[in-house]
Design a binder for this molecule. Structure first.
Ligand SMILES: NC(=O)C1=CN([C@@H]2O[C@H](COP(=O)(O)OP(=O)(O)OC[C@H]3O[C@@H](n4cnc5c(N)ncnc54)[C@H](O)[C@@H]3O)[C@@H](O)[C@H]2O)[C@H](O)CC1
Ligand SMILES: [K+]
Length: 493
């Protein structure tokens, strides 16, 4: 099983950099040359027949890496030109030395975009404008260089991180879209969350010989789980019976939202739960029986009627289509006090954020599954604040409510007492109604099958996203939540 990949902040990567140079007792220029060689190795492997290369170099060490790449290309007789966004004579330290190295190898260094030939489809662009030293809004000169790269029809390789992308948050306004990103020494958190996955293309990691001790000494911001690193359900023994696989109660489906609750029930069933009950408005019963006869549907018109249904289930998921009415609040108030693990989603989170129901309640045995807007309401902040630092937001919700928090996004974060995990999952086709309800049902089903909450959360996020990817093979537009159900079943084993 793969071990989770540590993801670092820009500052932590700089510390790794410092510790590597100290431990290896090498001058920093040697590390820069290792970076350049690593980037060039991937460039040659990915584009062995490229016609020519244009390297866009910034004024710092990211630019320095770019000059090393240019020198290596010249040595291999690949036509290469550098566009220097910062005048070479203004470069300092290693970057200056790398520029001189490139010039000694005969590389042409231009300082005006107007002098640079227009790239064609057989021109590879190397983006070495900005790396971990980028902060704030792009300066105009660099913005023009990024715009030029964005107009290039050929492939783009980003050195360390696509320029314009924040290494810490994955936020970006104008930024380079790369086909490949070669990142050094430490994987940056921003490559894997927010706009990172869309801007980076394929990420290649190179440790540049950093010693293992450096990774022990520097804390990771997040641990990224890939499919190979996520614990799966155990193989089922022959002599089993349905009660061993959990009895899930889904509570939700206010008037007009019956489908959400039913989809949560269906995804629980497809994720292997033994028994599924559904507590919902009476008007949804016939649909439930017709569409999913395996689900035991119960009409509830008040919290009082919900009470007797809370005893049997081993896991309760409250929120899909729950709505914000007094009925909704009564159901959450009762379900929230049940003494079995809970999954709390959608409007149940919004009711929780208003502070009237279950005020101040913290539980170790519940999983909250907010999207960015719901997380903002739970924290009493703006959505932009959550987007500005998703990791911090997920950790803050977990601090406030305990348990496990799944903050949904292109890079989904899972905050728990042991830290924050990240799982890249799904695709843009999944931005449609009902997808969150499916995830809620899967989480509940996996807890019901005796996975600890954090492992259930990791497997559910991966399973949900992978089912979405498989279902999207027929196209992302028009992807419906129920298209994922057969895939959930095929992938859960
Ligand atoms: N440990 C490693 O990962 C290694 C990293 N290397 C490379 O070094 C860069 C980091 O270099 P640094 O000089 O600290 O910063 P940058 O080159 O990323 O940027 C500084 C450069 O950018 C300008 N700048 C900053 N903000 C802006 C802005 N908003 N708009 C425009 N320009 C901006 C600033 O003025 C400087 O000129 C790392 O990414 C790697 O590529 C080592 O070479 C190998 C080990
Ligand atoms: K870059």
């Amino acid at each position: 099983m793969d071990t989770p990949q540590p993801l670092y902040s820009a500052e932590s990567v700089r510390e790794l950099d410092r510790q590597t140079i100290a431990a290896l007792e090498i001058p920093s220029i040697r590390l820069m040359k290792r970076a350049g060689r690593a980037a060039f190795k991937h460039l040659q492997a990915q584009w062995p027949d490229i016609g020519r290369i244009q390297v866009f170099c910034g004024g710092g060490n990211n630019g320095g890496d770019g000059y090393v790449v240019a020198a290596l290309a010249a040595q291999k007789k690949i036509p290469v030109t550098v566009y220097a966004c910062t005048e070479p004579d203004k470069l300092k330290g290693d970057a200056h030395e790398a520029c001189e190295y490139a010039r000694r190898e005969g590389v042409q260094v231009l300082t005006s975009l107007a002098e640079l030939d227009n790239a064609d489809g057989n021109t590879l662009i190397v983006d070495a404008l900005l790396g971990t030293g980028f902060s704030g809004a792009l300066r105009v000169d660099v913005a023009h260089a990024v715009e030029r790269i964005e107009k290039s029809p050929g492939p783009v390789l980003a050195v360390d991180i696509p320029s314009g992308l924040s290494a810490d948050m994955g936020t970006a306004d104008l930024a380079v879209h790369a086909d490949m990103t070669v990142t050094f020494i430490g994987r940056k958190l921003g490559l894997y969350c927010g706009r990172g996955p869309a801007l980076c293309g394929e990420v290649q990691f190179e440790d540049l010989g950093a010693p293992a001790q450096a990774y022990c000494d520097v804390d990771a911001a997040v641990h990224r789980y890939t499919a190979e690193g996520i614990k799966r359900l155990p193989v089922r023994a022959a002599d089993t019976f349905k009660n061993q696989f959990g009895h899930i109660l889904i509570v939700g489906g206010d008037s007009g939202f019956g489908g959400a609750a039913l989809m949560a029930a269906q995804s629980s069933a497809r994720a292997g739960a033994g028994l599924i009950s559904l507590a919902t408005r009476p008007e949804h019963l016939s649909a439930a029986l017709t569409r999913c006869p395996e689900v035991m549907a119960h009409p509830v018109i008040s919290g009082q009627e919900l009470e007797p249904l809370l005893d049997g289930p081993s896991v309760i998921a409250v929120g899909p289509g729950l709505g914000r009415s007094p009925w909704s609040e009564q159901l959450l108030a009762r379900a929230g006090r049940a003494e079995v693990p809970l999954v709390v989603d959608a409007d149940a989170l919004n009711i929780l954020s208003e502070g009237r129901v279950l005020a101040g309640v913290k539980r170790n045995d519940w999983v909250l599954t907010p999207h960015v807007g719901e997380a903002a309401r739970l924290l009493g902040c703006d959505t932009d604040d959550v987007l500005a630092d998703p990791r911090e937001a997920a950790a803050a919700v977990q601090e406030k409510f305990s348990g496990v928090v799944i903050l949904k996004g292109a890079g989904t974060l899972i905050a728990h007492d042991g830290g924050v995990d990240l799982i890249n999952s799904g695709n843009p086709g999944m931005a449609s109604g009902g997808m969150g309800d499916l995830l809620t049902g899967i989480v509940a089903a996996l807890i019901g099958q005796h996975l600890p909450l954090v492992e259930a959360a990791r497997l559910a996020v991966w399973l949900h996203g992978e089912a979405g990817n498989r279902a999207a093979e027929d196209g992302q537009r028009g992807l419906l939540a129920t298209d994922l159900l057969p895939w959930i079943r095929r992938l859960v084993d």
